[in-house]
Write a new protein. Structure first.
Length: 285
């Protein structure tokens, strides 16, 4: 027997040629404990654990709109492009995040679209002085390359604007080789670590910058796919609709202000006639 250092949600661990292999809970797929387990298998194991009531619940809800679901995984551990819950189905990207509206079981998802860019945005707890930017960048770059085994070339930036820390991970289809860990798996491990629900076996992540522990109030993960998602207007969140409405109101208000300004200057009639003539010319052309 052996201990799977990089995944606590496994059973039946055994050593094969010096490598610890275990069966992932819920799917029974064998995983290599020297590397990260795929997000799909981790979600499946988490759902299995939560059904039996064994799992500690994370303090925060997922920022992903659909939260945790019981995914269908390929034998390789990657998500199947089409996911269903009963008779409701949707298409996902390589990070397992829904990228279409929900439909009935007839839905076709022709390919698993790659998530090529993941933006992790964290807000640290209130503090008087800002953190040292160089120390912060060094900490996150070293943690991501050492703890999650991601090649440094996939960390495109670490940005600090107090109190927000933004990490960009970019890895498109052509860049990723078979030996590379996937940015979606890295982001999932990282998000769980930051939220205090580590996937690692007895190995919590302590975020310490210049010997000072850092606590986070909020973590949001955004996904950018190689092909744009296919959401209809009706599925837009109320927040986004509110933004669109505000933009429209702002444009209308701008037009009203423009009309009043021109009228006050006595140029309104001339301007209107001139613009009408230009419109006629444009139509005739």
């Amino acid at each position: 027997a052996c201990i799977c250092e990089k995944n606590k949600r496994v059973t039946n661990c055994r050593l094969l040629n010096g490598v610890c292999w275990c069966d992932s809970v819920g799917s029974g797929v064998s995983v290599n404990c020297d590397t990260l387990t795929s997000k799909c298998l981790l979600m499946k194991a988490e759902m299995t654990g939560s059904k039996s009531g064994r799992r500690e619940k994370p303090k925060d809800a997922f920022e992903d709109t659909d939260g945790l679901y019981d995914p269908e995984c390929e034998n390789t551990g990657v998500f199947k492009a089409k996911q269903c819950n009963g008779t409701t189905c949707w298409c996902v990207n390589t990070a397992g995040v829904r990228r279409t509206d929900k439909h009935d079981a007839d839905l076709k998802c022709n390919q698993l679209v790659r998530t090529m860019w993941i933006i992790i945005e964290m807000k640290h707890a209130e503090r008087n002085a800002p953190l040292n930017t160089e120390s912060l960048k060094k900490f996150f770059k070293e943690t991501i390359t050492n703890r999650y085994m991601l090649d440094g070339r996939y960390i495109s930036s670490v940005l600090y604007e107090k109190p927000y820390i933004t990490i960009d991970l970019k890895q498109n289809s052509s860049e990723k080789s078979s030996g590379d860990v996937d940015i979606a798996d890295v982001a999932y491990y990282f998000e769980k670590d930051v939220k205090g629900d580590s996937i690692f076996h007895n190995n919590r992540l302590n975020v310490s910058i210049d010997n000072e522990m850092l606590h986070f109030e909020k973590t949001v993960v955004y996904y950018v796919d190689e092909i744009a998602p296919e959401f209809s207007m009706k599925s837009l969140t109320p927040g986004l609709i509110a933004v669109i409405v505000v933009v429209i109101i702002a444009i209308v208000a701008g037009i009203v202000v423009l009309v009043f300004t021109r009228r006050r200057k006595g140029k309104y009639v001339k301007a209107e006639v001139k613009e009408m003539n230009e419109m006629h010319r444009g139509l005739n052309a």
